[in-house]
Write a protein that binds this ligand. Structure first.
Ligand SMILES: [Zn+2]
Length: 424
């Protein structure tokens, strides 16, 4: 298929140069960007008054957790988990996970996310939902062994089952990730197994690290070192690791993360809502650490809107440091696009010839996005996910003029409502 998007404001290349141009997509790649392209295409999209942007990459979420949206808010972390989240999660069957993931994916597509990194259980359902919806998905089974050998073997079995399922699916958009949950929930034996298997299979790893003060304390008491030092001494940290949160980090840990080429995924909404803390963004950036952006699960956000997440990053670090020059719009926009692509080793995240066609069209014909002055500023500070009008992933139009073409949205909304009404 070929698509020609005409007359838009194109956010071009890694430097985010805004140019008035057309974008021509052939197959799954961007073939040409230029003024007045006179090329016949199977599909022509008029983007007058609209912005052609790279799609957003949600580098850390738990998509089926939309099933838990609004279940309980405003509680201390342990009470929230023990009294609400975990009891509900114990009731979730594979079918529930499929429908939950589908709802989450529809929400992501509608708000301009073209790829996401996920960690949960019954992940085969998430893979199925991603394949049907046409989104790019990096899927991990969240492993927790708490030092128990029997549990470890069961978790390893689940992980290998997902790996096999995704290999068999043989989709160009769906990739397997190893997903050890965190250093405080996984034994050194399990973490070492993951590293060995990742090296052997050339698959990447996602994990949570240093999210709360409490878990850092736990690790220090148990192993006599900080979580990042602990992981580093296991030989776990390499450039194929995408680690979520990184809120409580020492200077020494930041140095190690930079040296090993680990990507840290910032989740500002979740960190604020759960009262976890403020990530040392400036220090990490100065050290040269690749910082991507994620929404985390909808239970602690409570949506999957990457455009909203960009604004939150910027505002959080400005007020926390009493410095309005920090987390500027361009830096934050790169976190949500090209830095995420770098973490995934994905040839997307920027609009340029030859890159994968993961593109969104954002409608600027709206009062809150006029006058058109600084496009990047408008997207980060004024827009929200609802302004995304068209989403193209891997050269396929997945949403057009606000309508998801791949999935019956109404059916998914109804089905999720029924599931949650029955489970509560
Ligand atoms: Zn998470």
């Amino acid at each position: 298929m070929s698509i020609l998007i005409k007359n838009g404001y194109v956010i071009y290349g890694e430097n985010l140069d805004v140019i008035r141009a057309d974008v021509y997509i052939e197959g799954n790649r961007i073939s040409k960007v230029g003024k007045n392209l006179n090329i016949g295409a199977d599909y022509v999209i008029d983007a007058r008054g609209k912005v052609i942007s790279p799609g957003f990459i949600n580098a850390h979420t738990h998509s089926p957790m939309v099933l838990l949206r609004g279940l309980a808010d405003d509680l201390p972390l342990m009470e929230w988990l023990q009294s609400y989240v975990w009891p509900m999660e114990r009731k979730l069957k594979p079918e529930h996970i499929y429908w939950g993931a589908l709802l989450g994916i529809i929400e992501m597509i509608k708000s301009g996310t073209t790829a996401f990194v996920d960690m949960y259980f019954h992940m085969e359902g998430v893979a199925k939902a991603s394949e049907e919806a046409g989104i790019r998905a990096y899927l991990s089974y969240g492993m927790v062994d708490l030092g128990d050998e029997e549990k470890r073997n069961a978790e390893i079995k689940e992980t290998l089952k997902l790996l096999e399922f995704i290999e068999k699916l043989d989709s160009s958009r769906i990739e397997f990730f190893f997903g050890p949950h965190a250093p405080y929930t996984c034994s050194p034996e399990l973490l070492k197994w993951v590293r060995e298997k990742a090296d052997e299979s050339k698959k990447r790893i996602t994990i949570h690290i240093n999210e709360t003060k409490d878990e850092v304390k736990q690790i220090k008491e148990k192993y006599g070192k900080t979580p990042v030092e602990f992981l580093d001494e296991l030989g776990f940290l390499k450039s194929d690791v995408t680690a979520a949160h990184g809120v409580w980090l020492t200077d020494r840990e930041i140095e190690i993360l930079a040296k090993k080429g680990v990507t840290i995924v910032h989740n500002p909404a979740s960190n604020m809502k759960l009262g976890s803390g403020v990530m040392p963004l400036e220090k990490l950036l100065r050290a040269g650490v690749n910082i991507a952006l994620g929404t985390d699960g909808a239970a602690s956000n409570n949506n999957l809107d990457m455009i909203e997440e960009m604004k939150l990053v910027s505002l959080l670090h400005k007020v926390h440091n009493l410095n309005p020059t920090l987390a500027d719009a361009r830096t934050v926009f790169k976190m949500a696009t090209q830095n995420g692509a770098k973490a995934l080793n994905l040839d997307a995240g920027a609009i340029k010839e030859g890159a994968l066609a993961d593109i969104v069209v954002i409608d600027f014909n709206k009062p809150h996005l006029r006058p058109i002055t600084n496009i990047i500023s408008h997207i980060v500070y004024s827009a929200n996910g609802n302004d995304v009008e068209t989403t193209i992933i891997d050269g396929e139009i997945v949403m057009l003029d606000g309508e998801v073409l791949t999935i019956d949205e109404e059916k998914a909304l109804d089905k999720v409502q029924k599931i949650v009404d029955e489970l509560r």
